[in-house]
Write a protein that binds this ligand. Structure first.
Ligand code: IPM
Ligand code: MG
Length: 365
């Protein structure tokens, strides 16, 4: 008898509950199809956890998270909690989870689904067949460095954050990125600001050292300002990018937009053993929450990443990705990816989009 694998479902705030409800159905359907026995738990995180339990990361959530093999998250945050101090905000719940579970490797693929080329802000030929992967360090750098805070010095307020990386933190994320590059186009571009910041001089040195173990992967380095520019100038020059926490946050939003919509980008945050947190790159979109308008595809594609990276079921991942392709090919679009001038497309809501994907899963390969 096989033991069931625990999955923790965390809807979060804003559109989180709508998109996760749809994605949860996909999880169940695919697990049943593939004969994978899962047990699904649910937990609170972010603003809803502040409102219900008084803290963005309740102990029960952390406990359940430690017991789970994979976590599926919607998004956290919203205007309601915007005035809270930094360390009490909904985002702290997410950052705490990443850090407590040592989910240091954040994989953010930016893939252009061919039928969506018209939704990109770049010319179609610049983004046709785009397939890049951003590997973002997620538990260090300026997000977590000490000292931090706002203090009063000489009668004025001074804000401080510290950009810190230890050698082992750079080494382990570099290895993840090289390993992934090896399975793709064998090109890795490391992004830093080594012309100004010592911490990223060390970044460049360590990545170069690790590169000696990967003679088959072509390594290059780029300053972050140039990388931002190159991403919108000629994004297809990249295969895999590896960078620190803050640069990765920024560049992954840029890369996302190339694909037509933030609503299409999934992500995986992994520890050393393959435990992972899977979430869309987009946020809680409070302006459209509760209106059945949100695009559930990034969350559904995050489910695919969950099957691939944490559940060792690449076939199941392929099935989900194919179903998403099929629905887009058939012309269905949520509002964020709908372009009125493209013929033979139809606007659908969150739930209908989910049902369409489920139908394709039903139909089988
Ligand atoms: C992301 C988000 C988060 C981050 C926020 C919500 C804390 O922007 O996952 O990219 O900055 O890491
Ligand atoms: Mg971000």
């Amino acid at each position: 008898m096989t033991e069931s694998i625990e999955i923790l479902i965390i809807p979060g705030d804003g559109i989180g509950s709508e998109i996760v409800a749809v994605a949860e159905q996909v999880v169940k359907r695919v697990a049943a199809r593939e004969g994978i026995e899962l047990s699904l738990e649910h937990a609170l995180l972010g603003g809803i956890a502040i409102d219900t339990c008084g803290t963005p990361l309740p102990v029960e959530t952390l406990e359940k998270a430690r017991n789970a093999r994979a976590l599926l998250l919607g998004a956290v945050g919203g205007p309601k909690w915007d005035d809270l101090p930094t360390l009490e905000r909904p985002e702290r719940g997410l950052l705490g989870l990443r850090s407590e579970l040592e989910l240091f490797a954040n994989l953010r693929p930016a893939i252009l689904f061919e039928p969506l080329a018209a939704a990109s802000s770049l010319k179609a030929e610049l983004v046709a067949d785009l397939d890049i992967l951003i590997v973002r360090e997620l538990t260090g750098g300026i997000y977590f460095g000490e000292p931090r805070g706002i203090t009063v010095v000489d009668n004025e307020r001074v804000g401080v954050n510290s950009y810190v990386y230890k050698e082992h933190e750079i080494d382990r994320i570099a290895r993840v990125a090289f390993d992934l590059a090896r399975k793709r186009g064998r090109r890795l571009c490391s992004v830093d600001k080594a012309n100004v910041l010592e911490v990223t001089q060390l970044w460049r040195e360590v990545v170069t050292e690790v590169g000696r173990d990967y003679g088959d992967v072509q390594l290059s380095h780029m300053y972050v300002d140039n990388a931002g520019m190159q991403l919108v100038r000629a994004p297809k020059q990249f295969d895999v990018l590896v960078t620190g926490n803050m640069f990765g946050d920024i560049l992954s939003d840029v890369a996302a937009m190339l694909t037509g919509s933030l609503g299409m980008l999934p992500s995986a945050s992994l520890d050393r053993e393959g435990r992972g947190l899977f979430e869309p790159v987009h946020g809680t979109a409070p302006d459209i929450a509760g209106q059945d308008l949100a695009n559930p595809l990034a969350t559904i594609l995050s489910v695919a990443m969950m099957f691939r990276y944490s559940l060792d079921a690449p076939g199941a991942a392929d099935t989900i990705e194919k179903a998403v392709h099929a629905v887009l090919d058939a012309g269905y679009r949520t509002a964020d990816i709908y372009v009125s001038t493209v013929p033979e497309t139809r606007r659908v809501g969150t739930r209908e989009m989910g049902d369409l994907v489920l139908d394709r899963l039903e139909a089988g390969p």
